[in-house]
Design a protein around this ligand. Structure first.
Ligand SMILES: [Zn+2]
Length: 319
């Protein structure tokens, strides 16, 4: 394995030199303790640890704010990389943070403040409901949705994902009502999926920067400008109250430009005093990139050679 990785790196050495003054920003969401059949694509602690080891070995991890400063001054070291996490899952504090600490990798955690201290994001409500559902079929035709097969773990995972896809783009209020109805089909949904305020504060005093990610994680493009501004502003304020530090980094929820957020939201983020904002548009960034719409990408590959190659390849695309 090690040999293959070295070979992969060596054979792409010419591409690696492209890495000068180019910044890769990685996005993670969760790091699971062990494999979860309801979340087969999420990285486990063991896999995350391995990836961080490779990052330390082949890249130069930097704090996002420092990297952006260096990007602007054209002083970024080769193969600079930033690690970011979105949403504020508890496992970021309990599983990812100790691993980041072990490898001395700084990171930014973008936290949707409304879910701290016992909240749950709607997609997790769907996943946990389907996981806990006792019957063989979850009939949601009453909601104008399908009837979903819940006979085994694999079917449950597929059904949860199709429910999420079917209701994802509904207006927030309508989606909320459907989620509440779906949740009534299961008991004992977890209230400990997200961080608590003490965890946020504790990490902000160490090598972790806490960034804004709104309060309620809305698709900003679907809101009025006033509502969008309010959600972004209140999220910033809530995190500043917890950390007692200025919150200067922001991640757009869902993060696809023109789809999930619009140019007016970039203006709002600037106006509210953020210094850096990140999207989920793929690619690396260079000195000409918009510091309020920096690209990021998800290194989802479980295979570590592919992971490295993808990261190298990502450096070729700038925006
Ligand atoms: Zn998010």
């Amino acid at each position: 394995m090690q040999h293959l990785i070295h070979k992969a790196i060596a054979s792409t050495a010419s591409i690696l030199t492209l890495g000068e003054n180019r910044l890769s920003i990685l996005i993670f969401h969760r790091v699971l303790e062990t494999f979860d059949f309801m979340r087969p694509d999420e990285i486990t602690a063991k896999e995350f640890d391995k990836k961080m080891q490779l990052i330390v070995r082949y890249f130069t991890p930097l704090a996002l704010s420092e990297a952006v400063e260096k990007l602007k001054n054209n002083t970024l070291p080769q193969r600079a990389i930033c690690v970011t996490f979105d949403d504020g899952y508890r496992d970021n504090a309990e599983i990812a943070f100790p691993i980041l600490k072990k490898w001395n990798i700084p990171a930014t955690f973008f936290v949707a403040s409304g879910f701290l201290d016992g909240g749950r994001m709607w997609n997790d409500t769907i996943i946990e409901t389907v996981r806990n559902y006792q019957g063989d079929e979850l009939n949601l035709t009453e909601l104008g949705l399908d009837s979903f097969d819940t006979q085994n773990n694999q079917k449950k995972e597929q059904s949860a994902q199709s429910i999420i896809q079917q209701i994802k783009h509904l207006p927030q209020q309508e989606r909320h009502q459907k989620v509440e109805f779906i949740a009534s089909h299961a008991k004992n949904l977890p209230n400990d999926l997200m961080m608590d305020s003490a965890q946020v504060k504790n990490m902000s005093e160490q090598n972790i920067s806490i960034g804004g990610h709104t309060v309620t994680h809305p698709i900003l493009a679907t809101l009025t400008a006033e509502k969008a501004e309010q959600d972004i502003r209140q999220g910033k304020k809530a995190l500043e109250n917890i950390t007692q530090k200025p919150v200067i980094e922001f991640a757009y929820p869902n993060g696809k430009p023109e789809q999930d957020y619009l140019p007016e939201h970039v203006g709002i983020v600037k106006k509210l005093g953020f210094k850096i904002a990140v999207s989920t548009q793929w690619g690396a960034s260079n000195g000409n990139s918009d510091m309020y719409q920096l690209n990021r990408f998800t290194p989802w590959d479980k295979n570590n050679t592919k992971f490295l190659l993808r990261m190298i390849n990502n450096l070729r695309v700038t925006g």
